[in-house]
Design a protein around this ligand. Sequence first.
Ligand SMILES: NC(=O)c1ccc[n+]([C@@H]2O[C@H](COP(=O)([O-])OP(=O)(O)OC[C@H]3O[C@@H](n4cnc5c(N)ncnc54)[C@H](O)[C@@H]3O)[C@@H](O)[C@H]2O)c1
Length: 241
Amino acid sequence: MSNLDGKIILITGAAKGMGATEAKMAVERGATVILSDIIEDQLEATADSLDSAFSRLDVTSKDDWEKTISQILDDHGRIDGLVNNAGIFIQKTLFDDAQEAFEAMAKVNQLGTYLGIECIAPIMRDQESGSIVNISSVAGLRGQRNIGYVASKFAVTGMTKAIALQLAKFNVRCNSVHPGAISTDMALGLGPSDVELLTNKTPMGRIGEPEEVAEAVMFLLSDAASYLTGAEITVDGGFIL
Ligand SMILES: NC(=O)c1ccc[n+]([C@@H]2O[C@H](COP(=O)([O-])OP(=O)(O)OC[C@H]3O[C@@H](n4cnc5c(N)ncnc54)[C@H](O)[C@@H]3O)[C@@H](O)[C@H]2O)c1
């Protein structure tokens, strides 16, 4: 089990779904977690249930990032981990008049991840330690029909490698996690027939649980992953195969 004793960790999109599960697991493993999201009621309830702090952070707003990070530094003096988990999926293909959806997914999934990295990288560089975990997708490794989602998640995969290269000499690691279909609102919202399709396409014959992704995230945040950077970790029941 990955040990996160004493680590200060910021997780985006943590009100529910995988982000909430990651927050719970990190707290159980000894971390101080700051949960963030835009759905304020649910964020507060989830944070309260974990006896943790929370911050309203829209990942597309640099101002929100700066305020949240400045508060964490005032409270704790450092940040050991960032999980760029917040994301959206809008079901559109090229022939669905998809520009608006394309731009929305680029803004949250790509720009949101970029802004988090841009704001936190100088802090981790100066403290000469840190781990950034970017939640991409199997759609960030191979094609699917949703052009906007695929483009945004390939961007996350690529940014991870650029940042890993730039920060390696400062002992700061950056890795991407690539979930397959996972049992949260995002995948379940596709409806029963699409979930069945995804299940059938998954060699392990089932969709995954948020805890199964969170385990990989905990490992990457921990010192057990001290020589691991720029990697793509799939948690997908073999989907990508
Ligand atoms: N569920 C899956 O099958 C699956 C598969 C691959 C990748 N992913 C990725 O995993 C991550 C978590 O998704 P999930 O499945 O838990 O979905 P979810 O919809 O349950 O949770 C996503 C969270 O992100 C938050 N969010 C959305 N826009 C935001 C913004 N602008 N700023 C801050 N927070 C924002 C939402 O409020 C929500 O709490 C996403 O990046 C998603 O793309 C999910």
